[in-house]
Ligand binder design. Sequence first.
Ligand code: M6R
Length: 357
Amino acid sequence: GVDGHPDFMSKEIAEQPDVAARIVDRLAPHVLDGSLWADLALPRFDRVTVIGCGTSLNAGRMIGGALSSLGRVPVRTLVASEAADAVMEPRTLVLALSQSGETADLLNAIERLDLSRSSLVAITNNEHSTLARQADSVLTCDAGPEIGVAATKTFVAQVITGVAAALSALVASERMLRSDAVRHSDELRLMPELLAHAIAVSHEVLPSIVAGVLDEPGFLFLGQGTGVVLAAEGALKLKELSYRWAEHQPAGELKHGPLALVDRGTPVLVIDSGDPRIDRSIAEVDARGGRIVRIGGPGSTVPVVGLGRPAGPMAGARRWGPLEAVVPLQIFARDLALALGRDVDKPRNLAKSVTVE
Ligand code: M6R
């Protein structure tokens, strides 16, 4: 065991509220006056390109979602291994995300892209990494060492760090009203509590759900908005750890093809971020006998979203979340993998840091 945990992944999942608290305590006081961003001393930007691989790319998509939905900033996302031919426009802010800062696909993409008229900000858990050295500015995630191959606490750390920086940048460039920024930074401050609730609830309700799907060959993850990114992250965790097929889709795409996958008993995990259109997708799955695991607010199968959060004006304000919904996805993948006898810290065929292209 590791510090009373059966594996590193268990320990790293459990650390998430503390990791979040540490980051929020450090960054939140510098969000609303724009100084978190201003201190990076970067030129003004007109657009943002997010780049990374795997879970880091998903973290970048969450941050990109905040920049475009809250600040109307044009955001493009590049998968690092496919980025070589991307056209870089002037005054682009490049957000490069990597836990290790040593991922070859990302480092090579940065080398090949023409970044002469862009500024490069690294969001990494290793401030001494190659990526950090190449960047104009570095935002350190401060998650502590992550040993499990599956990224968990570093995802949460990257998103919170990046969203704090994004809010600060939007305030500094007057793309966001201060009153809105206050609401969103309050939301950030709630993350430690929301993550802790999500861990407790997940451990309570997921074991029986996982026990019922052990023989299922495939899993579908649905979401909307940044919920699609969380669906992607849930599917990635599940593939990586359990070796079962998983795919993610925007809920609205279901009827355009993927619904044909759904049969009696097919597990469909739905990230319900509060958009009522999700009900129609759920009804479509239900009508085919799919097994719906709804991750959302009160009344959901896994009621983790927004728990402990004051009701009222905050509702509907969370256009970059719900970040806490990643917790049940991590725990679902780990529980399933363990039940199938997998090594959750060292999944087959994978390395923690991928230093080859
Ligand atoms: O060190 P990096 O964040 O650059 O690594 C990127 C991916 O290889 C990594 O996130 C991978 O997808 C994780 N093992 C997923 O859990």
